[in-house]
Design a protein around this ligand. Structure first.
Ligand code: FMN
Ligand code: SF4
Length: 1427
C-alpha cells in the first residue's frame, strides 16, 4: 500500500523524533507505514532504528524492550488483532515516552479501545492536522515521560501537507525537560492538570508550525439550541439555524470545563456523533465525556444528550444534518442516531486471524498425522462464521464438551441397537465391531462408514438408528486440539488452560512459545508459558509434553501421537522462538538449541497412563533439565512413595505443591531480573574475529558466550563488519584472528587490517579510549623452513602492534595459539582467557548456567525433519543466490553442494555484492554405468543448467558445476528424467558405490556390478524429502509418518561412508581407500564365490593435525555374495553407533576402528551378523590405474578406454571431447562406464559397429593414447575455482606440472613408465593422493605438501616428504630422483617402492604411523621438519 499524505507526514515525524520506531505490519500486503519508513531510512536524515513486526506479533513485548529509548514511536493501521495485544501492556507503557500513532480508515472503534489506558489521546481529521499532532504528541511524550495516543485517518486524497524542516524537529522536541515532574505529578489523573500539560505542549507546537492547535473547534450558529460534537472524519461546515458544531481534536484529557465551554445556556440538545461502527460496549467514549460534563454542570434546564454514529462523511449533506436534528427531537433520548451511511469497508465480514507462517511447523504435523480426523476446535477459520469468539479457549472447550456428549449419546444408541432383536446378524456384527474400535482413529472411520451405509439400507424403526445416523459424523474418533499461540488465543496459558485441565475432557492443547532464548530475560517472567508444563503436571492426570520441532522432529511426532492416544486432557508445549515472520530458520534453530541445551526448554513427556501401568511416567528427551523441573521430579518420586503409604497426607501435600512452586518461580524470576540488571551495568565487551577455517570464529563466539555468562554485555562480529570509527567508540575490544596464507589475515579480516595499517602509517592516534587484547591462532609448522618462521601467527602479532600504534591500550598481553601444541591452539588460549577475565574483574563470577554447545551438523541433521530443513523455502527466496547455511549442509545429502566462484570472490567482496554462488550437483550412479541416452541427457543438462562442462569424478559419477539456484530444481528434475538421481551422492550417508570396470571379464563384471547396485539401493536413505523438494511429489511425502530411516535414524551417520567393489587383479577403485571394500574372489570354475571384506580405509587429513591421518582398510575376512549386502549394512551400523559425533575430523570409520581396536570392531560386526566371517582368501592386485585402449571381452564385444584428463568433459581447442562423446553417444549401442580414475570406457561395441566408433574416436582425437606413462597415471581433484575447501590449484595446474615432469621422465628414458602421480587442492584428499607414488596436496596458492612412497596398486600409503614446496622446488627434487630411479631400479620395481629402498622416505605400514618419520630419511631429511 503506498503511503498517503497523512501516513507520510506522521511517519516522518515519528522517524525524526524517535530513537526507535516499532511498526506493526498489516495483515495483507505491505503496510503504508513500512513503505514510508523504508523511504525515510534510505534518505540522508537517518535517525531512528525501525523494527517491523509481523502482523500478529505482540508489539507490547517489543515496545517494553525498548522502553529506555529517549522517545519511542509505534505505528500501525488499526486492526483488532494488533491493538488487542497491546491492551495488556498499556498500563506498563503508559509511563514511558511512547507515541502510538494509529491510522484508521473509516472506523475509530479499534483505535479507541486503547484510549482508556492512556492519559493523552489526540485525534486528527486531516493530513496537516496529523502532521502537527504528531509533533505535539512527540513533545508531550518526551517532556512528560508519558504515552500518547494519536489517532488519524489514512486519507486517500492528495492533500498537501506543509512539513516542518527536519533540522528543527529535534531542537523542538528535546528542549530540556523543563521541570521534571514528581512521581505524584506523573501519576496525576486529574484532567485539568493534564490539560495544562497539553496546553503548554500545544503552545510550543503552534510556535513551531504557525497553525492553530485547539482541543475543540466550534463553528456554526452563535446562539444554538443544538450542539453537535463530532469525533470523526466529517467537518460539518454548514449553516443551519440554531445548530453549532464542535470538532473534537483532543479526546483525553477532556475536562468538563472544556466540554461545557462549547455548550451555551441557549442549548437544549447535545448530539454526540462518533465515527464508531463496531463499538462493542454500550457507551461510546466521547458521549461519556460529554454526558458526565453536563451532569456535573449547573445548566438549567439540563440539555438532552443523544448519541449517534457518524457515517461516511462524503455522503453527508446539509439536509441530512437538518433532518437529523429534527429526528433527534422526536426520538427517545436513548435511541442511537445515525448520520450518513456506514462506510462499505466496515460492512465486510470479520476476517480470520492471520497465523504467522512459522507456526505451520506444528500445525502441519497435526494435519499430516491426523489428516481426516483432525479437529482444531478454535481454528481461525471459524472466525468468519462465529466471530472473534471462535478462537477463544472457552468457545473451543464448549465445542469439545458438546461433541463429546453427543458421542456418548451415539455410543448409547449403538449399544441400544445391539439389544434390538430386529437387527440383522450383519448389522449386529458391524455395531459391535465399531464399539470395539471406536477409539481407534483409523479403524473407527472404516467401520463407521460401513455401519452408516448399512443402517441407511436397513430402514430400522428403532429411534436409536436415527440417532446413529444423525451423529454419523462422530463415528470416526476425532483428534481434538485447541491451539494457543501469540497469533490467537493468547491467554490460553492462563484461565483457558486451567478450564481445559479442570474439565477432564479428552482434548489436546498445543501451546506455542515464541520467546527467543536470547531475549528471555527481557520478557516479563510471570508470563512465561513454559511454566504451564509444571502447572499441568501438578494435576497428576494430565499428559504433558515439552517439545521443540527445531531440536527433535521425532520427539514432536511422538509427543503429539501420545497426546492423541491419552484419554484425558493433554498439554503439548511447543517451542518456536521467532520474532518476526522474516526470522530465518537458522535463527530459530540456533535459539532452540540454546534453549534446549541450557535446560531452559527441556524436552520431555509426562504420561500418567504409564504410571497406571506401573511404568515410569516421565521421559526426558533432552540432556538437561532446569532445577525447577528436577525438584518437581524429585518430589514426585517422594510423593508416589508417600501416596502408597499414607494417601491422606499425600493429598494435602499435592495441594500445597503448586504454591511452593509458584514461590520458587517468583524467586527465580527475581533472580533473572537481577541478572539482567547486572548485565546492563557490566562493561560491554566486543569480540571481533577473522577466520577462514572456522577455528578462530568458534573460539571468538565461545568467548562471547562465556563473557555473557559472566554478566558482561558482549557482542561478537567479524573484523570486517566494523570500521575503525566503530572500534573507537568501544571501551573494550578483544580480537581473535588466525593466519591464512603466508602471514596474511583471513578473508573476513583483511579490510579492517588494511585500514588499520593505513591509519597507523599516517601516525593517527584514533583509538586512545579503547582497551584491547589480541589472541592469534597459527601453526608454527605451517611454513616449516627457518626463513619462513616469521609467518607464524603473523596476523595476530601485526594486529597487536598496529592497535598499540593507534593509541589503544593493551589490557592483556597478546596470546598465541599453535596448532602444534599438545591441545592445539587451546593450550595457549586457556591462560590467556583467564587473564582476560581477571583483567575485567569477572574471574570470580560463578557461572551457573551451562555453556551452550555450538551448533553442529548433528543438530542440523536431527532438526531437519529428515533432510528437509528449509530447502524448499530457500529455493523460493530470489533475493539471494545462496541457501541458508544449515540447508547447505542438508543439500549435500541430496547430492548438492553450494559453492562460489573463488576466482572472483575478492573482487565481488570489494564491490559489496554477495559471492557468485552456484551449486555443484553430483549424480548417484552405482558402478558408474550409463546408457548412451543418459550420456546425451547429461551433456544437455551441463549446457542448459551448468557451466557447459561436466566432470567424471573419482567415485565414478558425473558432477555438474556452476548451476545457479534458479536452475537447481529443473536440473535435478532433468537428471531424474534421465532415470538417474542425486540422492545420497554426498552427505553423511553411504555415497556412490564404486566397482572395478573390467568389461573384458563380462560375466564377473556383471555380477560385481549387480552386487554394487544392491548395496547402493540397500543403503539408500529412505526420506521422502528428496522427492518432495525436487520432484514435487507431494503425495509421496507430506505424510510425516512415512519418514523413518530404518538404517540411519534421525542423525544419519557421523560422517561420509564409502563402499567399493574391486575385481582383482585391477585395483582401479583403490579398494583400501574406502570405508568398506569387497574384493571379488573367483572359485575354481571362474564363478564369483564371494568377497574378501575390507574396512576402515579413508583419505581426509587436516594439515598439521596429527590426530588425523589417512588409512588403508584392513581385511576382515571372507563373505559369500549372498551375505555381502548384510555385511555392508552391519559395518555401517557399527560405525553409526560408535563413530565420533563430537568431532567431525575424527568421525570416519577409520578412527572408529583404531579406537575400538580391529578385533573388537570385527567381533561387533560379527555379533550383529550372527555369524563369523570366513578367513580371507588369496588374491592379488597388480595396479590401480586404468588399461587404456581397445580390449575384447569374453563375449566378443569390444571396449575402448579413453584418456580424459582429470575427468573434465569439455570442448577445448584441438580437443573437443564433449562434442565427440556426444556424437558417439548418438550412435553407440552399448554402454558408457566411468572409471574411478576419472576416465571413460565405451563398452560393448559389436564388431560390426567398430568402424563407426573408431572413426568418431579418431575424428575427435579421443583415441589419442600417445600420452606419457606419467600423464596416463595422473589424477587431480577439482579445487579452484569452485571447491570451497581448495587452498591451491589442482585440476587446472596438474597438467602443467606434468608437462614439466614428463620432460624429466623422457630425458631419462621413462616416457612409457607408469608413475602414479596425484594432486589435490586441500588435504581432504578427493583424488586419493595418499595412495599415490608421488603426491601434492595444496597448502596455499602455489604451495604444496609433497608426499612419496605410495604402493603402485594402492596397497600402501605414502608419507610427507616435504611440508611446503613450490614448482621450482618440486622440479629440483624430482630431477635427480627420477634420474636415479631410471638407473637404479630393479626390473619391474615401481617408483613408490624404489624411493623407500633408496632411502628417501620410510614406508608407511599403518595409518596411525603416517606422521612418524615424515620429512624424509637420512641425508634427505628436511631440516625444519626434524625440528
Ligand atoms: C592456507 C593456510 C595458510 C596458513 N598460513 C599460516 C601462516 O602463515 N602462519 C601461521 O601461523 N599459521 C598459518 N596457518 C594455520 C592456521 O592459521 C591455523 O590452522 C588456524 O588454527 C586456523 O584457524 P581458522 O580455522 O580460524 O582459519 C595457515 C593455514 C592455512 C589453511
Ligand atoms: S581435495 Fe579438497 S580441494 Fe580438492 S576437491 Fe576435494 S575438497 Fe576440494
Amino acid at each position: 500500500m503506498p503511503a498517503s499524505p497523512s501516513v507520510s507526514a506522521v511517519s516522518r515525524i515519528a522517524y525524526l523524533a524517535s530513537d526507535v520506531v516499532v511498526n506493526s505490519l498489516s495483515p495483507t500486503g505491505p503496510s503504508p507505514f513500512q513503505t514510508a519508513l523504508n523511504a525515510l531510512a534510505s534518505s540522508s536524515d537517518s535517525r531512528a532504528a525501525v523494527t517491523n513486526l509481523p502482523f500478529s506479533a505482540n508489539a507490547g513485548d517489543t515496545l517494553l524492550r525498548h522502553r529506555s529509548a529517549r522517545l519511542l514511536s509505534y505505528t500501525a493501521l488499526a486492526h483488532p488483532q494488533i491493538l488487542n495485544h497491546l491492551l495488556l501492556h498499556l498500563p506498563e507503557l503508559s509511563t514511558t515516552s511512547t507515541v502510538f500513532h494509529v491510522a484508521v480508515t473509516d472506523d475509530l472503534s479499534d483505535a479507541l479501545v486503547l484510549q482508556s489506558s492512556l492519559p493523552f489521546v489526540l485525534y486528527s481529521r486531516t493530513a496537516q492536522q496529523a502532521h502537527d499532532h504528531a509533533l505535539l504528541a512527540s513533545r508531550l511524550a518526551f517532556i512528560e515521560s508519558t504515552a500518547v495516543l494519536h489517532i488519524f485517518h489514512v486519507d486517500d486524497d492528495a492533500e498537501k501537507v506543509e512539513e516542518v524542516d527536519s533540522d528543527r524537529v529535534a531542537p523542538f522536541l528535546f528542549a530540556e525537560r523543563q521541570s521534571p515532574r514528581s512521581s505524584e505529578q506523573k501519576s496525576a489523573t486529574d484532567p485539568s492538570v493534564l490539560l495544562k500539560t497539553y496546553q503548554s505542549a500545544a503552545f510550543a507546537t503552534v510556535a513551531l508550525v504557525r497553525r492553530p492547535i485547539r482541543p475543540l473547534v466550534q463553528h456554526g450558529a452563535s446562539e444554538p439550541h443544538t450542539v453537535i460534537f463530532t469525533l470523526g472524519r466529517a467537518t460539518l461546515d454548514y449553516t443551519i439555524e440554531g445548530v453549532s458544531f464542535v470538532d473534537v481534536a483532543l479526546l483525553k484529557p477532556l475536562p468538563s470545563t472544556t466540554v461545557l465551554s462549547a455548550i451555551s445556556p441557549s442549548v437544549s440538545r447535545v448530539l454526540v456523533l462518533e465515527q464508531i461502527h463496531h463499538w462493542s460496549m454500550k457507551w461510546t467514549p466521547l458521549y461519556l465525556e460529554v454526558v458526565s460534563a453536563i451532569q456535573q454542570s449547573e445548566l438549567d434546564p439540563t440539555p438532552v444528550v443523544q448519541s449517534g454514529v457518524l457515517g461516511d462523511a462524503r455522503a453527508i449533506s446539509e439536509s441530512d444534518v437538518a433532518e437529523l436534528v429534527q429526528r433527534a427531537a422526536t426520538e427517545a433520548p436513548s435511541t442511537r442516531l445515525a448520520l450518513g451511511p456506514a462506510p462499505s469497508s466496515t460492512q465486510t465480514a470479520v476476517s480470520a486471524p492471520h497465523i504467522p507462517k512459522h507456526e505451520a511447523a506444528y500445525t502441519k504435523i497435526l494435519a499430516n498425522l491426523f489428516s481426516g480426523r483432525l479437529e482444531i476446535l478454535n481454528s481461525p477459520e471459524l472466525v468468519s462464521l462465529q466471530g472473534d469468539i471462535a478462537t477463544t479457549p472457552e468457545f473451543a472447550l464448549g465445542r469439545a464438551r458438546g461433541e463429546l456428549e453427543e458421542r456418548e449419546e451415539l455410543v448409547a444408541a449403538v449399544q441400544e441397537l445391539l439389544r434390538d432383536p430386529d437387527v440383522t446378524i450383519e448389522l449386529h456384527s458391524l455395531l459391535s465391531r465399531w464399539l470395539a474400535v471406536k477409539d481407534d482413529g483409523v479403524k473407527s472411520k472404516q467401520v463407521g462408514d460401513e455401519l452408516a451405509a448399512a443402517l441407511e439400507g436397513e430402514k430400522l424403526s428403532n429411534p436409536a438408528a436415527q440417532k446413529v445416523l444423525l451423529f454419523r459424523h462422530l463415528l470416526p474418533a476425532r483428534s481434538r486440539w485447541i491451539i494457543g499461540s501469540d497469533a490467537w488465543s493468547y491467554d490460553l496459558g492462563a484461565s483457558g488452560l486451567h478450564h481445559a485441565i479442570a474439565s477432564r475432557l479428552n482434548v489436546n492443547i498445543l501451546i506455542l512459545d515464541t520467546t527467543p532464548y536470547t531475549s528471555r530475560n527481557s520478557i516479563d517472567p510471570h508470563r512465561r508459558k513454559q511454566d504451564v508444563g509444571l502447572y499441568a503436571m501438578n494435576h497428576g492426570d494430565v499428559f504433558v509434553a515439552s517439545t521443540a520441532v527445531y531440536s527433535s522432529y521425532a520427539q514432536v511426532l511422538q509427543a503429539i501421537m501420545e497426546a492423541d492416544r491419552y484419554n484425558g486432557p493433554s498439554v503439548v508445549l511447543a517451542y518456536l522462538p521467532y520474532t518476526t515472520e522474516e526470522t530465518p530458520a537458522l535463527e530459530i534453530l540456533k535459539e532452540t538449541k540454546l534453549a534446549v541445551d541450557s535446560g531452559y526448554w527441556p524436552l520431555y513427556r509426562w504420561n500418567p497412563a504409564k504410571e497406571r501401568e506401573g511404568k515410569e511416567p516421565f521421559s526426558l528427551d533432552s540432556d538437561f533439565v532446569k532445577n525447577e523441573l528436577q525438584q518437581f521430579l524429585d518430589r514426585q518420586n517422594h510423593l508416589s512413595q508417600l501416596t502408597r503409604s499414607t494417601p491422606e497426607v499425600a493429598a494435602e501435600l499435592v495441594g500445597s505443591l503448586g504454591e511452593n512452586l509458584k514461590q520458587a518461580r517468583k524467586q527465580r524470576a527475581q533472580q533473572a531480573y537481577n541478572d539482567l540488571l547486572t548485565a546492563i551495568d557490566a562493561p560491554p565487551l566486543t569480540v571481533l574475529y577473522a577466520s577462514d577455517g572456522g577455528k578462530a570464529e568458534k573460539m571468538a563466539k565461545r568467548l562471547a558466550t562465556r563473557g555473557k555468562l559472566r554478566g558482561l554485555s558482549t557482542t561478537v562480529a567479524t573484523m570486517d563488519s566494523v570500521s575503525i570509527d566503530d572500534i573507537a567508540k568501544e571501551e573494550i575490544v578483544v580480537f581473535v584472528t588466525s593466519v591464512a596464507g603466508q602471514g596474511e589475515f583471513p578473508q573476513n579480516g583483511r579490510n579492517l587490517a588494511k585500514a588499520l595499517n593505513a591509519r597507523a602509517a599516517s601516525g593517527e592516534k584514533v583509538l586512545t579510549s579503547v582497551r584491547y587484547s589480541v589472541f592469534g591462532l597459527g601453526d608454527s609448522h605451517y611454513w616449516p623452513r627457518p626463513e619462513d618462521a616469521h609467518y607464524y601467527n603473523k596476523a595476530g602479532k601485526d594486529l597487536d602492534s598496529r592497535l598499540e600504534q593507534l593509541g589503544a591500550q593493551r589490557f592483556v598481553p597478546l596470546g598465541l595459539g599453535d596448532d602444534q601444541d599438545a591441545d592445539g591452539p587451546e593450550t595457549g588460549y586457556k591462560p590467556w582467557e583467564q587473564l582476560l577475565w581477571k583483567a575485567l574483574g569477572v574471574d570470580a563470577v560463578e557461572v551457573k548456567e551451562k555453556e551452550p554447545e555450538p551448533i553442529t551438523n548433528e543438530h542440523i541433521k536431527v532438526a531437519s525433519q529428515y533432510l528437509r530443513g528449509t530447502i524448499a523455502e530457500g529455493l523460493e527466496d530470489h533475493t539471494t543466490g545462496a541457501l541458508a547455511p544449515s540447508d547447505t549442509q542438508l543439500t549435500k545429502f541430496h547430492g548438492i553442494y553450494q559453492q562460489d566462484d573463488r576466482d572472483i570472490r575478492d573482487e565481488r567482496q570489494a564491490q559489496g555484492v554477495e559471492p557468485a554462488y552456484s551449486f555443484m550437483i553430483r549424480v548417484r550412479m552405482p558402478g558408474g554405468v550409463c546408457s548412451p541416452e543418459q550420456w546425451l541427457q547429461m551433456d544437455q543438462i551441463a549446457d542448459e543448467h551448468g557451466n557447459g562442462t561436466f566432470k567424471i569424478t573419482t567415485r565414478q559419477t558425473f558432477q555438474f558445476h556452476g548451476v545457479i539456484k534458479r536452475h537447481l530444481k529443473s536440473a535435478i528434475q532433468d537428471i531424474n528424467r534421465a532415470l538417474l538421481d542425486t540422492l545420497a551422492a554426498c552427505g553423511d550417508v553411504n555415497r556412490n558405490v564404486i566397482v572395478s570396470t573390467v568389461p573384458t571379464l563380462s560375466k564377473l563384471h556383471r555380477q560385481a556390478y549387480d552386487f554394487a547396485r544392491r548395496v547402493s539401493e540397500h543403503l539408500l536413505p529412505r526420506t521422502t524429502a528428496y522427492h518432495e523438494i525436487w520432484l514435487d511429489k507431494k503425495l509421496v511425502a507430506g505424510d510425516a509418518l512415512k519418514d523413518v530411516e530404518p538404517l540411519y535414524g534421525e542423525f544419519y551417520l557421523p560422517r561420509k561412508f564409502k563402499v567399493a567393489v574391486a575385481i582383482p587383479p585391477n585395483n582401479d577403485v583403490d579398494i583400501f581407500a574406502n570405508d568398506v571394500g569387497f574384493i571379488a574372489i573367483v572359485d575354481e570354475k571362474g564363478e564369483l564365490a564371494g568377497f574378501n571384506v575390507t574396512a576402515g580405509g579413508g583419505m581426509g587429513v587436516t594439515h598439521g593435525n596429527k590426530k588425523t591421518y589417512p588409512r588403508t582398510g584392513d581385511i576382515l575376512g571372507f563373505c559369500t555374495v549372498a551375505q555381502g549386502v548384510d555385511v555392508a549394512e552391519k559395518i555401517m551400523l557399527v560405525q553409526r553407533d560408535n563413530g565420533n559425533r563430537a568431532d567431525r575430523k575424527n568421525a570416519r570409520l577409520k578412527y572408529t576402528i583404531d579406537r575400538m581396536g580391529l578385533d573388537n570392531f570385527k567381533a561387533e560386526v560379527e555379533r550383529r551378523l550372527g555369524y563369523q566371517l570366513q578367513p580371507a582368501r588369496p588374491f592379488s592386485f597388480d595396479k590401480n590405474i586404468d588399461d587404456f585402449g581397445w580390449t575384447t571381452g569374453e563375449d566378443g564385444k569390444h571396449h575402448f578406454t579413453c584418456f580424459i584428463e582429470n575427468g573434465r568433459i569439455q570442448d577445448e581447442p584441438e580437443r573437443d571431447f564433449k562434442a565427440g562423446l556426444r556424437e558417439i553417444a548418438k550412435v553407440h549401442k552399448g554402454a558408457f562406464r566411468l572409471t574411478a580414475n576419472q576416465h571413460l570406457i565405451i563398452t560393448d561395441v559389436a564388431t560390426e559397429d567398430l568402424p563407426t566408433i573408431k572413426r568418431l574416436l579418431a575424428q575427435y582425437k579421443l583415441d589419442n593414447l600417445s600420452q606419457t606413462g606419467l600423464r596416463l597415471s595422473s589424477s587431480a581433484c577439482v579445487a579452484f575455482p569452485t571447491c570451497g575447501l581448495a587452498m591451491a590449484e589442482s585440476e587446472r595446474y596438474l597438467p602443467i606440472l606434468i608437462d614439466k615432469v614428463e620432460k624429466i621422465c623422457e630425458e631419462n628414458g621413462l616416457r612409457n613408465d607408469s608413475i602414479v602421480m596425484r594432486m589435490t587442492g586441500c588435504p581432504n584428499g578427493c583424488a586419493r593422493p595418499y595412495l599415490a607414488e608421488i603426491a601434492f596436496v595444496g597448502k596455499a596458492p602455489g604451495t604444496y605438501l609433497m608426499l612419496l612412497g605410495g604402493g603402485y596398486y594402492g596397497q600402501r600409503l605414502n608419507k610427507i616428504y616435504r611440508e611446503s614446496v613450490t614448482e621450482p622446488e618440486i622440479l629440483a627434487i624430482l630431477r635427480p630422483m627420477i634420474k636415479r630411479y631410471a638407473l637404479e631400479r630393479e626390473p619391474g620395481e615401481h617408483f613408490g617402492d624404489w624411493v623407500i629402498r633408496a632411502g628417501y622416505i620410510a614406508p608407511t605400514t599403518a595409518g596411525k604411523e603416517w606422521w612418524d618419520r615424515a620429512g624424509g630419511e637420512g641425508q634427505y631429511r628436511e631440516v625444519a621438519a626434524a625440528a
